[in-house]
Design a protein around this ligand. Structure first.
Ligand code: RFL
Ligand code: PHB
Length: 392
């Protein structure tokens, strides 16, 4: 079997790449370990940057996103017994974020790809990379798939990065002494905008998916399992961390899903090895505090689709050669922002009195200084694409 681009993983990165390639007339095969149902139900990100929304819309897969996504023009930082709004309309006029579940993006992309005849295969469990040098190919289920390029879009735990010899890879990493307990509940959001709440008890986030579904996160110890918390305990803790400003009441309702996500900062360099290109979480991870992971995956894939497109248009390898450098500039800016938001808002176990005062000063500076609030807003809505990241 032969294709031009073999894509490993049907997350947002792999699916968007396949879609952008087929729009350029470049065929791809997407191989995914999980079932279609699993991919479409997996609850993850919820915040799309302006650039991500524009990318999906301009690529013709933004119809439902435009109809159902909720545009937000600010977020609330809650600490010290008060709310501090970061208003995008004044700080970064014309830019905002859209709240639309990652699994909805995944559903839209799966549907569009299948309707366009892209070869998407689910439940492929035994993929191995045969070669990513002169004869790039994969094997799976006793078959061999020859290709020109391999796109490793298989997330942090995938096989693509692991196929690269450790000596060829430089890894930069930071782990955090806490995880996030994620909660999905059938309840009307108690706030019209996302609330990032920092308290002595730990960080908590109030997000949402629709008028009737809310999404919450609680900072918890790293070894926490979802079953460690009863639903009553979850609501009590969410209330304790959110009902810290006068007049705010958190409405409760049936909890439909509980999950745990560990927090990590990670970058693997380079992102290209011969004919193998890593994109999205396969190459880098950020803690979810800045809501950046999915958006970064989209940015990588834009660059990769254009570079592969240029190769087939006129044989040029210049953009392919620059793939790592182009992506890493954004990756490290986002690493910094995500680390900064995480550091600012979480309760660090073992932090002494000096650290806590310093953290309080950092929070106060963000809301007292328009310049600092603007830095937060600019990064939160997403850094504009550079010329290298443009799509033509
Ligand atoms: P994914 O989504 O992990 O997709 C990888 C796909 O590859 C498959 N796979 C394999 N397939 C074949 N063979 C193998 N050996 C394979 N191994 C793995 C997997 O089954 C999967 O389908 O990576 P991708 O496409 O790079 O997308 C990245 C995003 O999913 C991730 O960065 C975001 O979810 C991060 N994130 C957020 N990002 C945002 O931009 N905004 C947010 O609001 C936001 N919130 C979050 C988040 C991530 C979270 N968790 C659970 C870590 C909130 C949370 C709680
Ligand atoms: C979400 O809605 O899942 C979400 C929102 C903001 C974040 C992380 C996750 O920073």
């Amino acid at each position: 079997m032969r294709t031009r681009v073999a894509v490993i993983g049907a997350g947002p990165a792999g699916l968007l790449l396949a879609w952008l390639l087929q729009r350029r007339g470049i065929d791809a095969v997407v191989l995914e370990r999980r079932s279609r149902e699993y991919c479409e139900q997996r609850v993850r990100a919820g915040v799309l940057e302006q650039g991500t929304v524009d990318t999906l819309t301009e690529a013709g897969v933004g119809e439902r996103l435009t109809a159902e996504g909720r545009v937000h023009h600010g977020i609330e930082l809650r600490f010290g017994g008060a709310d501090h709004r970061i208003g995008f309309e004044t700080l970064v006029p014309g830019r905002g974020i859209t709240v639309y579940g990652q699994q909805e993006v995944v559903k839209d992309l799966i549907k569009a790809n299948l309707e366009a005849g892209v070869d998407l295969r689910f439940g492929v469990e035994d993929i191995a990379i045969g070669d990513f040098g002169d004869r790039p190919h994969l094997t799976f289920g006793g078959e061999r798939l020859d290709c020109d390029f391999i796109a490793g879009c298989d997330g942090f735990h995938g096989i693509s990065r692991q196929a690269v010899p450790a000596s060829a890879l430089q890894v930069f990493e930071r782990t955090y002494p806490f995880a996030w307990l994620g909660i999905l509940a059938d309840v009307h959001p108690s706030s019209p905008e996302l609330v990032y709440a920092a308290s002595e008890r730990g960080f908590s986030l109030h997000s949402m998916r629709s008028d009737t579904v809310s999404r919450f996160y609680l900072q918890v110890p790293p070894e926490t399992r979802p079953e460690d918390w009863t639903h009553e305990e979850i609501w009590a803790e969410l209330k304790a961390r959110h009902e810290t400003v006068p007049g705010f009441t958190l409405d409760t309702g049936p909890i439909t899903a509980v999950d745990v996500a560990s927090l990590r900062s990670f970058v693997a360099e380079p992102m290209r090895f011969g004919r193998l290109f890593l994109a999205g979480d396969a190459a880098h991870i950020v803690p979810p505090t800045g809501a950046k992971g999915l958006n970064l995956a989209v940015a990588d894939v834009r660059v990769l689709a254009r570079a592969i497109g240029a190769y087939y248009a006129d044989g040029s390898e210049d953009l392919l050669d620059r793939y790592t450098a182009t992506c890493l500039r954004r990756v490290w800016r986002v690493q910094h922002f995500s680390w900064w938001m995480t550091d600012l808002l979480h309760a660090f176990p073992g932090a002494g009195p000096y650290d806590r005062r310093l953290q309080r000063a950092g929070r106060e500076a963000v809301v007292a200084s328009r310049a600092q609030a603007t830095v937060l807003a600019e990064n939160y809505v997403g850094l504009p694409y550079t010329e290298d990241e443009a799509v033509d």
